[in-house]
Design a protein around this ligand. Structure first.
Ligand SMILES: *Cc1c(COP(=O)(O)O)cnc(C)c1O
Length: 386
């Protein structure tokens, strides 16, 4: 029996692999299986050539140079390498780090860890729309501040931080600027030069490539950023991240980023229209509110709270028809109100009653309309039961 699968609307958690990405990857599983570190034969050379090309594509996507790209297993590892790597290299210059309360746990947890080692970390609050307060950031900078880490796009509420303004401020104060761009790559323009970004974490699986591959951009000039490796071994990636490189994943990552950038302007317009359409429909519900800035957010992201609704009951109710998430996927195993929604000042009751829609490349108008109907019907049936 064919069971109808729910409509996938959780593209901030992960995305399916695009067929064009898979096609680019396949030869590197089979005939071109070589180890890119093998320098003595063609198997190694062709794998190395593929990695070189992928590195060039990814570098040019963010206006960096190829030797500034360090491949990692994803954004979690890239964030750990950036934050712990800088802390370990610059601790004699200072031990103060600044980040936001709304960061992903892959930034918050390394910061908590560093705090346990004696570093001083400031977790800045945000405005009620999720945006950073630039004046507060400037006031928080100290002579012993070594790093500011602020994400490009939030994974729960989609809010886009003003990277260029933050980069300018950090540059003027000679403080390194790291950004977690896991949700941003291929969705919004990123330019490490114009934005004065010193370190940038990337991942492939939010942009229609496979899980398990990502990268850290590390600036090599003006200034030359030092990071201490966190994984030691064969000296791959200029000693900064040892471990045999994984050509299929790396080729897929680069192909996905290339496609996303080529299609960015038309796709962001399409996703913005779908997102606005979904909001227009569901906003007729009583007690509904939008979480995060209305326009300065990822095109496909919608995050809502509905007053007086049991969030778990709502999620359970819509589950057979649509795949969405309440709170962040990475913390949803434990039922705790989202730290991001709390940082916006939402009371627990509204944070629990939230839902995140992530509309992506393969979603259609019909699916979005169906999702709106499902949410409206489910909320009304829960209301009747009260
Ligand atoms: C998904 C995500 C991560 C984690 O990336 P992985 O590649 O899954 O380790 C980190 N930060 C943000 C903002 C994310 O959305």
């Amino acid at each position: 029996m064919m069971v109808q699968r729910p409509i996938y609307l959780d593209n901030q958690a992960t995305t399916p692999v695009d067929d064009r990405v898979l096609a680019a990857m396949l030869p590197y599983f089979t005939e071109r299986f070589g180890n890119p570190s093998s320098v003595g034969h063609i198997y190694g050379w062709e794998a190395e050539a593929a990695i070189k090309q992928a590195r060039e594509i990814l570098a040019s996507a963010i206006h960096a140079s190829p030797e500034e790209i360090i491949f990692t297993s994803g954004a979690t590892e890239a964030n750990n390498l950036a934050i712990k790597g800088v802390a370990e290299s610059y601790f004699d210059r200072g031990r103060h780090i600044i980040t936001l309360q709304t960061e992903h746990n892959a930034v918050l947890d390394p910061c908590h860890y560093l705090r346990s080692l004696g570093f001083d970390v400031t977790f800045l609050p945000v405005e009620s729309d999720g945006l950073i307060d630039l004046n507060l950031l400037e006031k928080t900078l100290r002579s012993d501040t070594i790093l500011v880490s602020v994400m490009a796009a939030n994974n729960e509420i989609g809010v886009l931080q003003p990277l260029e303004a933050i980069g300018d401020l950090c540059h003027a104060h000679q403080v390194l600027f790291h950004t977690d761009a896991a949700q941003a790559i291929g969705k919004i323009p990123l330019d490490v030069e114009a934005m004065h970004i010193d370190l940038m974490s990337l991942t492939a699986h939010k942009v229609y490539a496979p899980k398990g591959i990502g990268a850290l951009y590390v600036r090599r000039r003006n200034p030359r950023v030092q990071i201490a490796p966190q994984i030691h071994g064969g000296g791959h990636e200029r000693g900064l991240r040892s471990g045999t490189l994984y050509p299929p994943q790396i080729v897929g990552f680069a192909k996905a980023v290339e496609l996303a950038i080529a299609e960015m302007s038309s796709e962001s317009q399409r996703l913005t229209e779908l997102r606005d359409r979904l909001w227009q429909r569901v906003s007729q519900l009583d007690g509904i509110q939008l979480n995060g800035h209305a326009t300065q957010r990822l095109p496909g992201n919608l995050n809502i709270s509905i007053k007086g609704i049991d969030g778990q009951a709502l999620l359970l109710g819509v589950q057979p028809m649509i795949a969405v998430s309440s709170g962040s996927a990475c913390t949803s195993a434990k039922i705790e109100p989202s730290h991001v929604l709390r940082a916006l000042g939402l009371p627990d009751e509204l944070a629990y009653a939230s839902m995140r829609f992530g509309i992506g490349r393969f979603n259609t108008v019909e699916e979005v309309d169906r999702a709106a109907d499902v949410v409206i019907e489910t909320v009304r049936s829960l209301d009747l039961k009260n």
